[in-house]
Design a protein around this ligand. Structure first.
Ligand code: ATP
Length: 239
């Protein structure tokens, strides 16, 4: 279980993430929504352990986020994808997998399996320099998955994908969570949260506005005839 306990991050005396708490059980896909500048990337960076909270803490199975053992349990894809242009996709994924101590044979099997799922297998031996945005996105996601982390943290993971890539990714992530892993991601695509996530949180100006089970929220927050998430979202951030 991931436990985020009252995390706060302050920049220039302003709390850009302000006392946010929530839990993610194993097997759950959790979506974080919020307008530009709401604090989503800052919150996810604290969950990955790349950024230390100024207050509060983040625990995965009781381990605190600054510990190397914690970092071994997670996979992360940033909203800004930085890969090495003069490695091939295969070389890059092997490089990341080696940093994660995945045995070479397992690396090869996982790369073959994941690149087929994400239809990247025919591009794997080309330099990353020649990749499109979607191919880079898929390479980053395969690299984050290659050690099969307990918790996958994705910052706007769907932005560069075409409809087929998006469907492959959604189907794979749903199946990945069913195996007992947890996934937390931020997105601006409300429909994806509605279709994929069991739980969601909406944040605005660093604060948690609403959080809970998606179906429960939709029935609790009846807005006239409309119960779709998009209306809930805009009602929340405009009130
Ligand atoms: N290193 C930093 N120094 C100062 N301010 C920062 C820093 N990083 C983020 N901020 C500020 O924190 C706030 C939240 O930024 P963050 O990137 O977390 O938002 P976001 O919800 O991910 O936005 P977007 O949807 O546009 O990606 C913004 O006002 C941003 O300007």
């Amino acid at each position: 279980m991931l436990e985020v306990q009252g995390v706060t991050k302050i920049y220039n005396d302003v709390p850009v993430v302000n006392d946010i708490s929530f839990r993610i059980k194993r097997g759950v896909i959790y979506g974080i929504l919020g307008p530009n500048g709401a604090g989503k990337t800052t919150l996810l960076s604290m969950i990955t352990g790349l950024l230390n909270p100024d207050k509060g803490k983040v625990l995965l199975e009781g381990l605190e986020s600054y510990l190397p053992e914690y970092k071994r349990k997670i996979g992360f894809v940033s909203d800004v994808i930085n890969l090495y242009d003069y490695l091939t996709g295969r070389e890059y994924i092997h490089f990341v997998a080696s940093l994660r101590d995945v045995p070479r044979k397992e690396q090869e099997l996982e790369i073959e399996r994941l690149s087929k799922i994400f239809q990247l297998e025919h591009q794997l031996d080309k330099f990353i320099k020649t990749y499109s945005k979607g191919m880079r996105q898929k390479t980053a996601i395969i690299s984050a998955l290659v050690h099969q982390p307990e918790l996958l943290v994705l910052d706007e993971p769907f932005s560069g994908l075409d409809p087929i890539g998006l469907k492959e990714m959604k189907d794979y992530l749903i199946e990945y969570a069913k195996r007992g892993n947890s996934i937390v991601f931020s997105t601006h695509i409300l429909e994806i949260v509605e279709k994929m996530c069991e739980h969601l949180m909406i944040i605005h100006s660093g604060r948690k506005i609403v959080e809970g089970n998606v179906n429960q929220l939709k029935s609790d927050l009846k807005l006239g005839d409309s119960t779709d998430l998009e209306h809930i979202f805009y009602k929340m951030i405009s009130s």
